[in-house]
Design a protein around this ligand. Structure first.
Ligand code: TA6
Length: 311
């Protein structure tokens, strides 16, 4: 039985290009490139599998790109059960200028999801959630999917007695929090957008996190970038700091963070250890040339360098 299921409604092929230099208007030849099944939930699934826990990836795929995604997942040993639709799964490009280290992403829109496929997916999700301890919803919604769709899916996951993680933004997040997922990982901007869209002091930000927690969301993690993260769990605030590293490719760090949190929760680790695993996984992802990818030795080493303070 898969302990964890990840949902990617807009699955992608992530193509990562390393360029000697990226200058608009000029021809550039990639010195190396990688192509991996991607989209946030697929990245979460890959890292969960690399952390040693059984996982199933689901969502929507389309066309020959969709075939590539599912074929590669099979080769990476990741169970998958997607709903296929017409059209073509998208490419998500990440161009890394090696002269500056600057990463520039270009994301295609992906296929339009028809109403009948939305219904088909709801049934599939209920079936998968019935076999899972945790279901992770990650990423933006493709065209044709109503902003409240995550909220409907979260309700189905909870009906099956499973735990729902939600990592998204904008209107889908605003609707999603009303379905009271167990865990959300908003950035500062997304927190403000959930309330009054006014930037605030750290104290006002914490008040907003506490309001989210009072609505029943058990775990809220707020990424502060270089400054680490703040997590509120069952009313207790934890301030965490990630070890300093030389980042190679930061794309997918948030997904690896979610994967570490899901594995930590599934293993019923104490909160501090769960947060440590999440941060070590997110940091380890930045050491990989590929998106949504960690080396277990890096995770183990970094776990000893993460600080978690109760406040
Ligand atoms: O978080 C990184 C990433 O998953 C990339 O690998 C790329 O697939 C992108 O995000 C997709 O984001 P979206 O929110 O559109 O699903």
């Amino acid at each position: 039985m898969s302990m964890i299921t990840t949902v990617t409604l807009n699955a992608a092929i992530d193509k990562t290009y390393y360029l000697p230099r990226l200058e608009l208007g000029k021809l550039t030849r990639a010195s190396r490139l990688y192509a991996d099944p991607g989209g946030k939930g697929v990245n979460v699934a890959r890292v969960i599998q690399q952390l040693g826990m059984p996982v199933t990836a689901t969502g929507f795929v389309a066309g020959s790109n969709g075939d590539y995604i599912t074929r590669q997942l099979g080769q990476q040993g990741i169970a998958h059960d997607f709903v296929s639709v017409e059209g073509e799964s998208r490419l998500c490009l990440n161009m890394i200028d090696e002269s500056t280290g600057v990463s520039t992403e270009l994301l295609e829109p992906g296929p339009v999801i028809p109403a009948e496929a939305l219904e088909r997916f709801k049934e599939k999700l209920s079936e998968l959630a019935g076999k899972s301890r945790i279901v992770c919803f990650s990423g933006s919604l493709p065209q044709g999917v109503p902003a409240a769709y995550y909220a409907e899916l979260i309700a189905r996951v909870k009906e099956q007695g499973a735990i729902a993680f939600l990592d998204t933004s904008g209107e889908p997040l605003q609707h999603g929090v009303r379905a009271v997922p167990y865990f959300i990982k908003p950035n500062e901007h997304e927190v403000h957008h959930l309330f009054d869209d006014r930037p605030a002091t750290e104290g006002e930000l914490l008040d907003k996190l506490r309001l989210l927690q009072q609505s029943g969301i058990k775990l809220v993690s707020l990424s502060l970038g270089e400054k680490g993260s703040l997590s509120l769990y069952d009313g207790q605030l934890y301030r965490t700091a990630a070890p300093k590293i030389e980042a190679v490719n930061t794309v997918g760090c948030g997904d690896a963070f979610v994967a570490g949190m899901a594995v930590g929760l599934a293993q019923q680790l104490p909160v501090e250890d769960m947060l440590t695993l999440a941060i070590a996984s997110g940091t380890a992802n930045a050491l990989s040339a590929r998106a949504g990818n960690v080396n277990l030795d890096d995770v183990r080493r970094l776990r000893g360098q993460v600080t978690v303070e109760r406040e």
